[in-house]
Design a protein around this ligand. Structure first.
Ligand code: NAD
Ligand code: TYD
Length: 365
């Protein structure tokens, strides 16, 4: 039985990871440490909230004393570190929180882990520090460049990417210098349940349902690699269970799309769901699909993002050959799962967008 601390477990990928892990390893104890920023919602953990092997701690990774106390109290032997400021647009407007949480916060966790696991008089305790990172640390590719491998030099372009690159380097250094048993995964763009509707796919779904413009930055030809979130969680599991200590692994979907094509695909899928279900037109009267029009009529080209990276692409050969990693969802099935989840969880996205989930949590827990 492991005692696993998941930082940022009330956010999008962290919450999916908690559900994945509790299902897969029901004997482990799981402690979520999360500051509940605008992106963190305890409602995301509702299905596991009352399980005996689960504990939620509302706290900040900038609070090192809290981390140390919690680690000792719970006998933490595994940290899976998701907590971060994660939205590129916010990092352009307000970078400070990215440096605080992503850099200083990660360093706090490393210091607390080193102190507990390596600095006692006893032999080092069995432990693992897994750091969740992004493909954005590698910078931007041109159309005909080869995909990022683990050997691609770091070239972060946004304050978000730079803060994640910095945290990756700190994690690496704690392995090299102190022998902390770390692994890192660098993943491409995720989508799926519980994603805050500021990121491309959930924002487009919400706006198409509520009849608001679908803003496409620049000409919409920027390319991202997309992965269904549960495939990412499975990839992290494989790295934790089979990865080499000190190594980094790229995790991706082998699934490159131009933004404009993704948005059109989401719109077309939504139109066909509406066509097969009359009740949706009553629930979402402002959606073009409710009036027999195409959702893509809402597409609006807007000013480009500053420093907008042109293309990301992941070469996940190492994870496939060493760990047996392969995504299970195709883009079609993943988008269908995501759309259905959003349609079934209208209360969730309305509540997280207006902050009212906090009232719901205080009434229920
Ligand atoms: P998210 O923004 O949805 O969630 C972040 C979570 O961290 C929230 O619950 C928030 O409350 C918490 N948090 C923020 N600051 C904190 C602090 N100081 N102390 C404690 N908790 C804090 O992010 P996400 O999309 O789930 O991403 C999770 C991780 O995965 C991040 O490290 C991100 O860099 C990485 N990642 C994300 C993607 C993606 O497509 N979303 C892709 C690759 C890697
Ligand atoms: P995003 O989901 O913010 O992820 P990231 O910037 O980390 O890749 O954006 C994905 C792509 O979609 C990116 O090229 C920016 C673009 N985008 C839009 O065109 N419009 C939007 O409203 C958003 C949020 C993103």
């Amino acid at each position: 039985m492991r005692s696993v601390m998941v930082t940022g477990g009330a956010g999008f990928i962290g919450a999916n990871f908690v559900h994945y892990w509790i299902d897969r390893y029901p004997d482990d104890r799981l402690i979520v440490l999360d500051a509940l920023t605008y992106a963190g919602n305890q409602a995301n953990l509702e299905p596991v909230q009352k399980q005996a092997n689960f504990r939620f701690v509302h706290g900040n990774i900038l609070d090192r004393a809290l981390i140390s106390t919690l680690m000792r109290e719970e006998g933490i032997d595994t940290i899976v570190h998701f907590a971060a400021e994660s939205h590129v647009d916010r990092s352009i407007h307000e970078p400070d929180a990215f440096i605080q949480t992503n850099v200083i916060g990660t360093h706090n966790l490393l210091m607390a882990a080193r102190e507990l696991w390596l600095d006692s008089d006893k032999a080092p305790a069995a432990h693992r520090f897994h750091h969740v990172s992004t493909d954005e640390v590698y910078g931007s590719l041109r159309a005909d460049d080869a995909a990022f491998t683990e050997a691609t030099p770091y070239a972060p372009n946004s304050p978000y990417a730079a803060s994640k690159a910095s945290s990756d380097h700190l994690v690496r250094s704690y392995h090299h210098t102190f022998g902390l048993e770390v692994t890192t995964s660098n993943c491409s763009n995720n989508y799926g349940p519980y994603q805050f509707p500021e990121k491309l796919i959930p924002l487009m779904i919400v706006n198409a349902l509520t009849g608001q413009p679908l803003p496409i930055y620049g000409d919409g030809k920027n390319i991202r690699d997309w992965l269904y979130v549960t495939d990412h969680c499975r990839g992290i599991d494989l790295v934790i269970s089979k990865g080499r200590l000190g190594a980094t692994y790229n995790i991706g979907g082998n699934n490159e799309w131009q933004n404009i094509d993704i948005v059109k695909q989401v719109c077309a899928s939504l139109d066909s769901i509406f066509a097969g279900n009359e009740e949706l037109s009553t629930r979402f009267p402002d959606a073009p699909a409710a009036k027999g029009r195409k959702s893509e009529s809402l597409i609006t080209f807007v000013k480009d993002r500053l420093g907008h990276d042109w293309r990301y692409a992941i070469d996940a050969t190492l994870a496939t050959s060493e760990l047996g990693y392969a995504p299970r969802q195709s883009f079609e099935t993943g988008i269908e799962l995501t759309l259905n989840w959003m349609l079934e969880n209208e209360n969730w996205w309305r509540a997280v967008m207006d902050g009212s989930y906090r009232d719901w949590i205080s009434k229920n827990y």
